[in-house]
Write a protein that binds this ligand. Structure first.
Ligand code: KIV
Length: 291
């Protein structure tokens, strides 16, 4: 049974996340991606239960058109920064393309590197039945695994683009079988990406671990969004499911334009943002704020 008396700042654990299956009366899990210390701190403060250092960092941070070139070292680098900014949320890290597909042994080695060098508390990998053995071997090594079925961005070329998956009875049945295989192999939750809501509901009912939806409707046991979509920082096209809860990108552009104008006019820096000639006039607090 779900226990809602958890302390606000204690780390969210894997057993607690498992207990967040909605059928057990728990509130849905809120997961958000983050790639750096500052964003992780804000997302943690906002109360997210899980932070994902997704390989979406290739597109969000590096400006690539897909996630395929992202490396294990890059996920580790961003993972360490995110871990430093996170007091409560469980932090999971994506296994990039070709760091686990070759063999279950390669998968265990890569997951181990994410655990040791990336400071992650679990790892996420894309794929269904074909990767059950990989999930099993990683979990046997003591590393919790988040599964990911539906739209698999690392297979974007095989899929012919970022397209909705699981439409039609056969495709839906395959997704259900994939999710069950990953659960049986030991995954403690499963991301469902770009799936019709009724299919996501069937998968959610078929597995006993939480499902975390992204473009998969509201029957899932949790939701995940990319932080730059959620905050309205991304420019250009955003997917249909990516609700923007703020428009911080517009605020940032306006703030920078204001700064540029004030620099050009000489209005900034003014006296309030300049040191006084006599150092002793500064309060200890303001002096401590700047080296
Ligand atoms: O890489 C990522 O950010 C992801 C989420 C979209 C689930 O896999």
């Amino acid at each position: 049974m779900y226990n809602s008396t958890n302390s606000a700042m204690r780390k969210v654990t894997v057993p607690e996340l498992l207990a967040r299956k909605r059928s057990l009366g728990a509130p849905p899990i809120a997961m958000v991606t983050a790639y750096d210390f500052t964003m992780a701190r804000l997302i943690d403060e906002g109360g997210a239960d899980m932070i994902l250092v997704g390989d979406s960092l290739g597109m969000v941070v590096q400006g690539l058109s897909n996630t395929i070139p992202v490396t294990l070292d890059e996920i580790c680098y961003h993972g360490r920064a995110v871990a430093r900014g996170t007091a409560r949320a469980h932090v999971t890290g994506d296994m990039p393309f070709m760091t686990y597909q070759v063999s279950p042994t390669q998968a265990v080695e890569s997951a181990g590197k994410l655990f040791k060098d990336g400071a992650f508390e679990s790892v996420k990998l894309e794929g269904g039945e074909a990767f059950a053995e990989h999930v099993l071997r990683i979990t046997r090594a003591g590393i919790p695994v988040v599964g990911h079925v539906g739209l698999l961005p690392q297979s974007v070329h095989a899929l012919g683009g970022f397209k909705v998956q699981g439409r039609g009875d056969d495709a839906a049945a395959r997704l259900i079988a994939d999710a069950k295989a990953i659960e049986d192999a030991g995954a403690f939750c499963i991301v469902l990406e770009a799936i019709p809501p009724d299919v996501a509901a069937q998968i959610t009912a078929a597995v006993s671990v939480p499902t975390i939806g992204i473009g998969a409707g509201n029957a899932c046991d949790g939701q995940v969004l990319v932080c730059t979509d959620l905050l309205g920082l991304s420019r250009g096209h955003t997917p249909k499911f990516a609700k923007r809860f703020a428009e911080l990108g517009d605020s940032a552009v306006a703030a920078v334009a204001d700064y540029v104008q004030q620099v050009r006019s000489g209005a900034f820096p003014d006296a309030a943002h300049s040191y006084k000639p006599n150092h002793s006039e500064e309060t200890p607090d303001s002096a401590a704020l700047r080296h």
